[in-house]
Design a protein around this ligand. Sequence first.
Ligand code: 5HY
Length: 246
Amino acid sequence: MAEPAPDRACVINVINPNTTESMTALIAQAAQLSAGPHIRIVGRTSSFGPASIEGHYDEALATIGMLKAVAAGDAEGVDAHVIACFGDPGLLAAREITTAPVLGIAEAAMRAATFIAIHFSIVTTLTRTRVIAEHLLRNYGMEHACRRVRAVDVAVLDLDKPDANVRGLLLRECRDALDHDGIGAIVLGCAGMADLAQDLSSELGIPVIDGVAAAVRFAEALVGLKLKTSKVGDLAFPIPKARTPI
Ligand code: 5HY
């Protein structure tokens, strides 16, 4: 028997930690398309930081804006948060300041990949940001499952430019991964690629995973399980002290 409709929609705060509104629109649309019934997606653009995140400095700045967006979502009573940037910037800091579940799209995509394949490869934007994905793989204990972190060398803000031939470059890199990496799945390494996963997957005949969709669905599952971020241990609320307000 189908689950009775909940008395109110589950609201997921999908945060774009860069300041580019058009990218938030793409992310929120992909999130709503992948969300289950009775799920309302709130797309939120960071109010502080870089227009795109393509390095360690960008990540550090973006974390402040992302934390402000978590606090704004909590003030509205959202049920969960998604950090829609493939570096999962400030993921643990975000989990400290809220009881709502917080999912990073990189972690969600990597874990989804290991549910359906033994090995996967990642295809991200710039060669210089590959190291960020490699650090996350180690942090999440996934380095054994990931065969290669590849890059198409397209800037994040060029992903939606028709003349950047993004689909063509991704298709070529994904096909090369399929042919040479000995994998069963591919993870796309940028929130700005969210709308390309299904098309690439059907063209290549291999699961191509978008972290935005994976994170939204995992967030729904945690809310459905009534699981919240633990306040026991290192994810307890920050120790009260004088701090410059963000
Ligand atoms: C992202 N940057 O998902 C990452 C992708 C990357 O602004 N959104 C960004 O290249 O690291």
